[in-house]
Ligand binder design. Structure first.
Ligand code: 0O2
Length: 231
């Protein structure tokens, strides 16, 4: 899903280049070398998004109504987890297919205080003119059957390289502290029992997710009673 645009409008030479530049190394190299080179632009995309989120957090804190962003966790897929995912989704192990089919190579998790903050921050980010929203999966409005809640966005962001601009997809996961607490425990349980989490435990987890959602509603109501809605 990485696409390129001319770095300088009208520059035929640069415009002619395609993202295959990244797929065709100039010297013979192993696939592992190609892959680590390929991952670089995702690292840069993550840095760009990370800066945007830091700016939002700091600026919002200065508005005097509190920072809605509790913490941020960027992560770049390791080459092992990338190849494992490729295997799982039957994606051929070549850079063009990986680029087109795996859009969460760069990912960032934004944990917010309240549910309304999740949507506010998502909106502030996706309204920026250099951020293109590609896909939204709203697991808060429609939780997964196991109880998982989060707002997932795939956005594309331009990365300015020495000779071209590359548009890099980044998966942004936004959730509340309560959703994050639940998801991290569920992840550990899932990992421990992989793939067969006992039915009783699955039910407990689903019930805990409902409790967490109720807590979110209650905490937000309390917050509004004390402070009014965030401006
Ligand atoms: P990691 O290491 O966290 O990145 P996919 O599962 O990626 O093939 P899709 O449709 O791309 O399918 O993914 P989706 O539904 O947008 O969710 C991808 C990521 O969301 C996962 O990444 C998790 O981080 C998180 N996630 C989704 N569902 C659950 C869930 O039920 N429980 C928890 N704890 N997290 C979830 P990865 O790739 O699994 O791993």
């Amino acid at each position: 899903m990485t696409t390129e645009q001319p770095a300088v409008s009208g520059d035929q030479e640069i415009a002619r280049r395609t993202d295959k530049t990244l797929a065709v190394p100039s010297a013979p190299s192993t696939f592992a070398d190609d892959l680590s080179h390929f991952m670089l632009v995702y690292k840069f995309g993550l840095a760009e998004i990370g800066t945007k989120i830091s700016i939002l957090a700091e600026e919002l804190a200065h508005r005097g109504r509190g920072n809605p962003i509790e913490h941020v966790l960027p992560r770049l897929k390791t080459t092992q987890s990338l190849t494992a995912k490729a295997h799982r989704i039957s994606c051929p192990l070549n850079l063009d297919d990986l680029r087109a089919r795996i859009r969460d190579i760069a990912g960032i998790r934004i944990v917010c205080s309240f549910v309304s903050d999740v949507y506010t921050v998502a909106d502030m980010l996706t309204r920026q003119p250099d951020v293109t929203l590609i896909e939204t999966k709203d697991y808060i409005a429609r939780p997964k059957t196991n109880g998982y809640r989060s707002l997932h966005l795939i956005v594309e962001i331009p990365v300015f390289l020495s000779d071209r601009v590359v548009s890099v997809p980044v998966e942004v996961q936004l959730r509340t502290v309560a959703m994050d607490f639940w998801a991290s425990l569920e992840h550990k349980i899932h990992y421990k029992y992989d793939p067969d989490v006992p039915a009783a435990l699955r039910q407990e987890l689903a019930a805990a997710a409902e409790d967490a959602a109720r807590l979110d509603v209650r905490m937000e109501r309390l917050h509004r009673e004390i402070h009014g809605p965030r401006r």
